[in-house]
Design a protein around this ligand. Structure first.
Ligand SMILES: Cc1cc2nc3c(=O)[nH]c(=O)nc-3n(C[C@H](O)[C@H](O)[C@H](O)COP(=O)(O)OP(=O)(O)OC[C@H]3O[C@@H](n4cnc5c(N)ncnc54)[C@H](O)[C@@H]3O)c2cc1C
Length: 312
């Protein structure tokens, strides 16, 4: 870490997106501080899938290897801790951590991810990422042909059920509330032999996070081995919003095609900006953010350096 606590770039969030941004910056010799609180959203899942070269690897091992490779660049520094506030200054931004350390950066990148909000179902948290899953691309293959539930309602339920129909023909949609489907959607589900249960769920039974059955308010039970759940989320970090970054209607940080937020000098990447939730997308948008910050710094320093006559 530098003595001055002054960096070209501060990256808040040092998981896949943040590390990928740091690599692009480090390779162009920019001084970078990554601040990370160590809570990536996939931390409970035993194996990560659908990212070439790392298929089936543990999430922690992918992150460990990424950290090792990124921190090999001498201008990149890592701080373990929680960023709690940020403010604009005359020449950039300041970020303060929970341990009262303050760092300055000319630019900021938020790679802070999102926080999943579990539905009020007893024991669902213990199964999250193991047998209660968010995405058929990440974990569906491992549960092909299994007894499957979709915990969702309306358009989301139809979308998930149709995708998961590629993997199993044994699907039940659990709306956990009065079902909200159009007649056409009900017909589509029925044509594909997908039952709908509206009775609220009270608990799930599992062994070490692996589902066995779902219990409903009327005491009925349904044997299932996997549940796809469309759960609510919120931003993991409130600093972008505090700095004035606009959010989309669905709660993501609004960015342009180059990962720039609505606030000049502030960029965001990974899950906090993007509903295509995967390690590969986090890495891709992180790499874009890193490159775009290099471009902005370059334009400020190199392209606008004071004029000098060519005879000098
Ligand atoms: C259960 C589950 C299983 C998944 N399985 C797969 C899979 O198999 N394959 C796949 O491709 N994708 C999978 N995903 C999606 C994948 O995990 C995410 O897309 C990916 O983690 C996003 O990376 P990120 O860097 O944007 O955010 P995250 O990995 O969530 O990391 C955000 C980081 O920012 C830090 N942070 C947040 N706020 C602060 C703060 N204020 N100060 C300091 N640090 C902060 C957090 O501690 C965390 O380390 C899964 C997701 C879940 C929820």
């Amino acid at each position: 870490m530098t003595d001055t606590n002054q960096y070209d770039v501060i990256i808040v969030g040092g998981s896949y997106a943040g590390l990928s941004a740091a690599m692009a910056l480090g390779r162009l010799l920019k001084s970078v501080l990554i601040i990370d609180s160590g809570l990536p959203s996939n931390r409970q899942t035993p194996h990560s899938h659908n990212f070439i070269t790392q298929d089936g690897q543990t999430p922690a091992e992918i992150a460990r290897k990424a950290r090792e490779q990124v921190l090999a660049y001498q201008t990149v520094n890592f701080y373990q801790g929680l960023a709690i506030s940020g403010k604009k200054t005359s020449n950039g931004f300041e970020i303060t951590t929970a341990s009262h350390d303050t760092f300055s950066g000319k630019k900021l990148i938020f790679a802070t991810g999102i926080k999943d909000i579990m539905p009020d179902v007893n024991e669902i948290e213990a199964c999250w990422g193991k047998s209660v899953i968010h995405c058929p691309f990440c974990h569906g293959y491992e549960f092909k042909d299994k007894k499957t539930a979709i915990l969702a309602n309306s358009d989301k339920a139809v979308h998930l059920a149709s995708l998961v129909g590629n993997l199993t023909k044994d699907i039940t949609v659990l709306t956990n509330a009065p079902a909200n489907f159009t007649l056409e959607q009900r017909e589509q589900l029925a044509r594909n032999h997908i039952a709908i249960i509206e009775t609220p769920i009270t608990a799930i039974k599992h062994q070490n996070g692996y589902l066995e059955s779902v219990r409903f308010q009327d005491d009925a039970t349904l044997d299932v081995q996997v549940m796809y759940a469309a759960v609510a989320f919120e931003q993991h970090c409130s600093i972008p919003k505090d700095l004035g970054c606009e959010l989309t209607e669905t709660g993501y940080i609004k960015v342009d095609a180059f990962q720039k937020t609505s606030i000049d000098g502030v960029y965001a990447c990974g899950d906090n900006t993007n509903m295509f939730r995967s390690v590969s997308a986090a890495v891709a948008t992180g790499s874009m953010a890193g490159a775009m910050v290099v471009k902005a710094l370059t334009e400020e320093l190199f392209l606008t350096s004071p004029e000098k006559s060519i005879q000098d």
